[in-house]
Design a protein around this ligand. Structure first.
Ligand code: F6R
Length: 238
């Protein structure tokens, strides 16, 4: 794991976007895994202005089950609003897990389309307060493929900040599995703020533990972790 501790959120976003841009410059038809949430918003803001998505192929990590794709809080909506509507990406190269219809079939098809594109070259990840990656909550298997997942109370609470009330937060999602994520050739995880400090510490300095999903990344041979000083505040070694 290669760790970059940046001064603040803006510098974290700058560093993350520079890494992504470098990958795209080296391989214009990069297969790029994408995340949603608050953390990557700054990174997307920079990529919108500076990156060339003409040939890039994207695969998002996850989508809620129970709200439609055009719901303003769906991850489909988020991606178009924060990135896809502003870049020159070919719409046929955009992949986001579908929570419409047969989830099991959609999940298998999703993993197969990643495989057909030659696998993910670079996967961008955020980090849950409970150390989830994608929507793989504590207890998720290391070799899990894409599928339907039950969100934990901690995640529902964290995500309720976007909804009018906690009862409106979907309780299920379709997510790439940890196995799917671990197959990516390289990984870029970003995290910001004190709320993530314990998860960051457990991910980097703790034991590999099924209850700390991000700790499985210790086994991956090419991981860049870009965090701000607040998120790094519990780390012993800096
Ligand atoms: C989103 C995702 C999640 C988030 C995580 C952190 O696609 O897969 O793992 O990255 O919940 O969310 P934020 O960035 O909102 O703190």
């Amino acid at each position: 794991m290669k760790l970059f501790i940046m001064k603040n959120y803006d510098e974290m976003s700058r560093k993350a976007s520079d890494i992504i841009k470098e990958y795209i410059n080296t391989k214009p038809n990069l297969v790029l895994g994408l995340a949603t949430g608050s953390t990557p918003e700054g990174t997307y803001e920079i990529l919108k202005k500076e990156a060339n998505f003409k040939e890039v192929i994207t695969f998002n990590l996850d989508e809620y089950i129970g709200i439609s794709e055009n719901h303003p809080l769906s991850y489909h909506f988020y991606m178009y609003k924060n990135l896809f509507n502003h870049v020159d990406i070919n719409k046929k190269n955009i992949h986001i897990p579908s929570s419409k219809g047969d989830i099991e079939k959609n999940s298998k098809d999703y993993d197969f389309s990643i495989y057909k594109k030659g696998g993910i070259d670079l996967q961008l990840l955020g980090l849950g307060e409970n150390a989830h990656i994608g929507f793989n909550e504590p207890g998720s298997p290391e070799d899990g493929s894409t599928g339907s997942v039950q969100l934990t109370n901690s995640t529902i609470n964290a995500n309720s900040r976007f909804f009018e009330s906690k009862s409106q937060v979907p309780t299920k999602a379709i997510s790439m599995g940890i196995g799917t994520i671990m197959k990516a050739k390289s990984i870029l995880l970003i995290a910001s703020g004190l709320k993530k400090a314990q998860a960051v510490k457990n991910m980097i300095e703790g034991n590999i533990d099924i209850n700390v999903p991000a700790s499985f990344l210790q086994k991956h041979s090419n991981v860049n972790i870009v965090i701000d000083e607040d998120a790094a505040s519990f780390l012993k070694k800096k």
